[in-house]
Design a protein around this ligand. Structure first.
Ligand SMILES: Nc1ncnc2c1ncn2[C@@H]1O[C@H](COP(=O)(O)OP(=O)(O)O)[C@@H](O)[C@H]1O
Ligand SMILES: [Mg+2]
Length: 317
C-alpha cells in the first residue's frame, strides 16, 4: 500500500530518539516507503476554512545526533495527505485545542491519528474518570474543604496537577503531614485549573505499568519502577523500564477500555496502571513503544501502521 504521510510534531531536532515513540513510528513508515512530510504546530494555517501547512520532506535515521534530514518547505492543503500523525506534545493549552479544531476539518478525507476531536475531549486524567470503578479513589477540584474531607477519609494521598506530565509536581502527603496547608496554597497559586487528589497506592514501589493499545487491543507493555528516592515512575525522573506481562486484572482493564477507544478513533493509546488501579489514559502523544521493543516485546510501530493501512484500505478516495 502507498500512503502519503504528514506528521505534526514538536521540533524534531530536540527529540531523544532512543525513547521517542513518534520517531519509532516515522522509522517504520519510512521502512514501508511512505513519503514523509513534517511540520511543527506553528506552521499550520486555516484560510477561509481550508487547512494547510508549510510541510518539509523528511527522512529519518536511527542515529543519535544525525537522526533526520529536512527538505524545503512547501505550503500544501493538509487534506492532500492520506494520514496525519498528530503527535504534538502537551501542554494541553488553547494552542493545542486550536490545532485539534483545525485538524478536524481534514477528516474524513485524511485519517488523523489520533482523532483530534476525541483527543480534545479526552485529557488523560479526565477521560479516565469515565472508568472510575477501575481507578483509585480520585478527587478533581480546587476546593479546600473537599480536599480536606477526602484527606480525612483516605489519610495517605497524592496531589498532582490535572494537566501535568512526566511526573511534574506530584506530591505524596501522609496523614500527619503538616505541609498540607502550604502545599494547598502553592497549588492554588500555581495552577489555574482544578487538580487531582488521589489515594496513595503503596504498590507504586513495584512500578507504574504503561500498557499500549492499538485500536483498542492490547499491543505491548512496559513496567516503570521508580528510583528508590522518588515517588515518580516516569522514565524522565529516573524510573527504570522493565519487561512485563499483563495480570488478569490488567487484561480485564484492557477489555473494558477497548470498545470505548475504538469507538472514538483513538488508535494509539497508552494507559497507566499502578497495582490493580488504572490512573491515566494517554491519548495525546503516548510514549513507551521503543522500550517495549527493546525489552523483547512487540513491534508496536508495525502493528499501528498495519492498522492504519487497514483503515485506509476502506477509506474515501
Ligand atoms: N495515587 C498514586 N499513588 C502512588 N504513586 C502515584 C500516584 N499517582 C502518581 N504516582 C506516582 O507519580 C508518577 C506520576 O504520576 P502520574 O499520575 O502518572 O502523572 P504524569 O502525567 O505526570 O505521569 C506515577 O508514575 C507514580 O510513580
Ligand atoms: Mg504518568
Amino acid at each position: 500500500m502507498h500512503l502519503n504521510v504528514a506528521v505534526q510534531m514538536d521540533p524534531i531536532e530536540r527529540i531523544n530518539i532512543r525513547g521517542d515513540s513518534t520517531f519509532a513510528l516515522l522509522l517504520e513508515a519510512q521502512a514501508r516507503a511512505y513519503p514523509l512530510s513534517y511540520y511543527t504546530p506553528d506552521r499550520l494555517a486555516m484560510r477561509d476554512g481550508k487547512v494547510s501547512a508549510a510541510v518539509r520532506p523528511l527522512t529519518v535515521r536511527d542515529k543519535a545526533g544525525d537522526h533526520f534530514t529536512l527538505g524545503e518547505p512547501r505550503h500544501v492543503p493538509l487534506d492532500s495527505f492520506d494520514v496525519v500523525l498528530f503527535r504534538q506534545d502537551p501542554p494541553f493549552d488553547l494552542a493545542y485545542i486550536t490545532s485539534t479544531h483545525m485538524l478536524e476539518r481534514i477528516q474524513p478525507k485524511t485519517l488523523v491519528v489520533n482523532d483530534p476531536g476525541h483527543v480534545r475531549n479526552a485529557p488523560e486524567k479526565v477521560f479516565v474518570t469515565e472508568f472510575s470503578d477501575l481507578m483509585p479513589p480520585t478527587l478533581i477540584t480546587r476546593d479546600l474543604e473537599a480536599i480536606k474531607a477526602f484527606r480525612a477519609e483516605h489519610g495517605d494521598i497524592v496531589m498532582k496537577p490535572l494537566y501535568g506530565r512526566g511526573g511534574e509536581a506530584v506530591f505524596r502527603l501522609e496523614r500527619e503531614d503538616l505541609n498540607f496547608g502550604s502545599l494547598y496554597d502553592l497549588f492554588a497559586a500555581t495552577f489555574r485549573e482544578q487538580w487531582v487528589v488521589q489515594k496513595f497506592l503503596p504498590e507504586v514501589r513495584d512500578g507504574d505499568k504503561r500498557i499500549i493499545l492499538v485500536d483498542g487491543e492490547f499491543a505491548g507493555a512496559v513496567n516503570r519502577v521508580p528510583a528508590a528516592d522518588d515517588l515518580r515512575s516516569n522514565m524522565v525522573r529516573g524510573g527504570v523500564p522493565k519487561a512485563t506481562d499483563l495480570t488478569k486484572r490488567e487484561r480485564e482493564i484492557c477489555a473494558r477500555l477497548g470498545p470505548a477507544l475504538r469507538e472514538r478513533g483513538l488508535l494509539f493509546v497508552g494507559i497507566d496502571v499502578i497495582g490493580d488501579y488504572l490512573t491515566e489514559i494517554n491519548v495525546t502523544s503516548p510514549t513507551g513503544i521503543r522500550s517495549v521493543k527493546a525489552l523483547g516485546g512487540a513491534d508496536i510501530a508495525a502493528l499501528l501502521w498495519d492498522k492504519i493501512e487497514e483503515k485506509r484500505a476502506g477509506a474515501p478516495a
